[in-house]
Design a binder for this molecule. Structure first.
Ligand SMILES: [Zn+2]
Length: 190
């Protein structure tokens, strides 16, 4: 999954280098809070001091359950929230929605949540200050496809951030630009 994410992240000068830790998997899945407060529960077991001890900028929890937090298949602390900005989780389990947890689905949600850590945003983003930070939808071969930051999970989403290249986006749909602007901040988290 990380390899798929890196195809586009690498073009933006970001290389996701995973360090895997399953030592607290049992504790996490035994914690009843994991279902409805996935992100803060994850942080409880992996505080910032832990991330720093591993020289990790971000912590991503790959949860093997159908979380009901925000009723989605992942979430992120986002870029502007100091408390949780280094944390994200992605659902690795199938659920009743169109999300099937096959490799491509998992890669899309993983890349999407990591994108939020770099301030990449959905196609709608009423509170955002940057007008250009938006996901994009394009029409090809008689159907619509979406860039990876599309707000709700779509089977037709591509492992690609919007970009001002006339295909994946334009000057108003350019998550790629935002990621190149914020990557230095994310890299300085630890
Ligand atoms: Zn999102």
């Amino acid at each position: 999954m990380i390899q798929y994410c890196n195809y586009d992240f690498n073009t933006l000068g970001v290389n996701i280098v995973p360090i895997y830790d399953t030592s607290k998997a049992q504790q996490l899945s035994n914690d009843p809070q994991i279902i409805n407060s996935s992100l803060s529960t994850f942080k409880k077991y992996f505080p910032e001091s832990y991330l720093n001890s591993k020289s990790a900028d971000l912590g991503l929890y790959l949860g093997g359950y159908d979380s009901i937090e925000f009723e989605g298949v992942g979430s992120s602390g986002g870029y502007d929230f100091p408390c949780l900005c280094r944390y994200a989780w992605a659902q690795m389990a199938d659920d009743p929605s169109t999300y099937d947890a096959v490799l491509k689905d998992r890669a899309v949600v993983t890349m999407h949540e990591l994108g939020h850590a770099f301030d990449a945003a959905h196609e709608y983003a009423p509170n955002q200050t940057e007008t250009y930070t938006r996901a994009y939808q394009f029409y090809e071969h008689n159907r619509y496809y979406q860039t990876v930051m599309w707000g709700c999970f779509m089977k037709t989403a591509w492992l690609q951030f919007s970009a001002n290249d006339g295909f994946y986006g334009d000057a108003n749909h350019d998550n790629s630009r935002r990621i190149t602007e914020t990557k230095g901040v994310v890299a300085s988290y630890c």
